[in-house]
Design a protein around this ligand. Sequence first.
Ligand SMILES: [Fe+2]
Ligand SMILES: [Fe+2]
Length: 240
Amino acid sequence: MTQIVHLSDLHVSGAHFLADVAESVVQSINEISPDIVVVTGDLTQNGSHPEFKDAKEFIDRIDCRDKVIVPGNHDSRNVGYLFFEDFFGARSSCLYSSGVAVVGVDSSQPDIDDGHIGRDMYEWIAKNFETGSFRVFALHHHLIPVPMTGREEQIPVDSGDVLELLNHCDVDLVLCGHRHVPWVWRLDDMLVLNAGTACSNKIKARTTQCYNLIEIDDGDLRIYRVLPAGERELITLFDE
Ligand SMILES: [Fe+2]
Ligand SMILES: [Fe+2]
């Protein structure tokens, strides 16, 4: 069995980061001991150096060798994408582990909240999905609208073309954040999974802080919504 933890929208800052909740998140993830951890952006609130430093310390405390981390719109504010590269490396990256291919892309633009992947990335994405028996695409922005988020906005401006590309690449799972509402859509054979905010006070409506746990187990796919202290609820089960 391969376990992937997907968390998002830490929003490290004096105003929004909940240190005690974050502590619970780290401990409960380390108890799971996942094979892969994916963090889909908004690590910081303002893209500042002190925020990135604290975000790096938080993510380093998660005991997992294989991590894919992409920036969010907040990380690209105030030229923060340069600090992202200093602390976490390339803004778009891929990982292959236990037959799982994870391709993460930077969907942010400096000081613009709208998502954008861009045509110049499509060939790179397709090439990196040439291997892997289970394919995961990760980005910050929501690729499909999410309910309970009010007026639709900031969805990637090229989301239609990206969805078609991912379908062409036989992607199994898309991991997104940004809207701070946990949700999952099934689109043909592809699941599009949104994470809530893991440890910030920027929750929407009746949601609470949470992250996702994905288990790929010999043809079965299970997705759990996990509360910071580790309590989990099965939200999706697919027998393939
Ligand atoms: Fe966010
Ligand atoms: Fe965001």
